[in-house]
Design a protein around this ligand. Sequence first.
Ligand code: MN
Ligand code: MN
Length: 460
Amino acid sequence: MERENAWKSYTDQDKTELTELCEGYKSFLSQCKTERLATKRAIELASAAGYVPLTEAIAEKRALKPGDKIWIDNYGKAIMLVQIGTNDIEAGVNILGAHIDSPRLDLKQNPLYEASDFVLLDTHYYGGIKNYQWVALPLALKGVVAKKDGTVVDISLGDDPADPVFCVTDLLPHLSAKQNVKKLAEGVPAEKLNILLGSMPMPEAESENVKNNILSILKEKYGMEEEDFRSAEIEAVPAMKARSLGMDRSMVAAYGQDDRVCAYPALTALFGLTQAPPKTAVCILTDKEEIGSVGNTGMESRNFELFLLDLLEKSGIVHPYALQRMLSASQALSADVTAAYDPTYPEVMEKHNAAFMGRGISIKKYTGARGKSGASDANAEFVAYVRNIFEKAGAAYQSSELGKVDEGGGGTIAYILANRGMDVLDCGVPVHSMHSPYESASKYDIYMADRAYGAFFRNK
Ligand code: MN
Ligand code: MN
């Protein structure tokens, strides 16, 4: 059951639409390297598409009606966007869930120290990274510093060409004899992922001259003291823009495509609805997927259910089991990336069940590791239902697993939604170099994601 390379049936109209979509996607990636920035941008795009915050509808004591467009953000790090459908909301909604957090280096809460006339920042990596990939490349610092007086200062340094960049140093090959014979996972220990922040001493200070100089810059630029790092969330992310990849420009290379390569088409598909869909369309962009979907901004957070309760109430439905009934009758796509077959590393893939770039969006009946452990394993009937939707919409798709059995594995938010009783299928874009500072994906698959997700939202 080989799928054709989708580029072979590529029309001029496809080319125009695909280029427009992927240019928008590239600027989204370049601007939104953290969950906070992705949420902020999603709100801007939603506002331009006529979406209003749920708080506004509540303040105006306005009942929701078909066609209404609502967004609800969760601590500025996750967001739910909804277009109310014409059907009874309690009879189930269509949910598309993607995540907007990506693997990175987070600063520790007491990060700053001086050593041998350098100032460095201690980090604690977030999500599954291969440590050696994060040395000797330009990094930007993004995030917030929350101060005791309640003010929150945005930090964004490293992406503007006028900004300085930061980096983690690596050992030169000439002195790597011992490092070279270590296991790959041990070659660069996590505690050596220290970010270089400065080297210029402040002449008048008596000790920790370089650190004092950096502190005076931080004070001047952000009004912060060293102790404010305790209540800061600062992420070191690659300081590189998203680019077209290849002589034929057929791919996108960038940091953070897991899972913004699904989150962005989820947004464009939702905003592309030209009329109220039959079923209420719910797009969830969640945080913390890379560390287990935990916390009040992760998919496990009860806040999502509270938001859905608000929607039910504003739609005039208040009986006690309404939420459970609605969740159980809903259908969901867990929009998350999968591993694309890489001819340089064929040994980890089972070719008959691998996802290939350029062959469309990939559906995965199950994820998991060690005998499907951790997978929600979609019902065959629901997989057939989704296939039918995609085929009718002309959305190219393929079925895959993440690598050979017992080669490793991974999971998504699918099981969390499935636990609420609804049908869920994993469905996302295949990528190369997943979780690295420079992931790549096929523009055709991104285009197909937009088409597939749009068809799912429009389905009755
Ligand atoms: Mn993911
Ligand atoms: Mn991931």
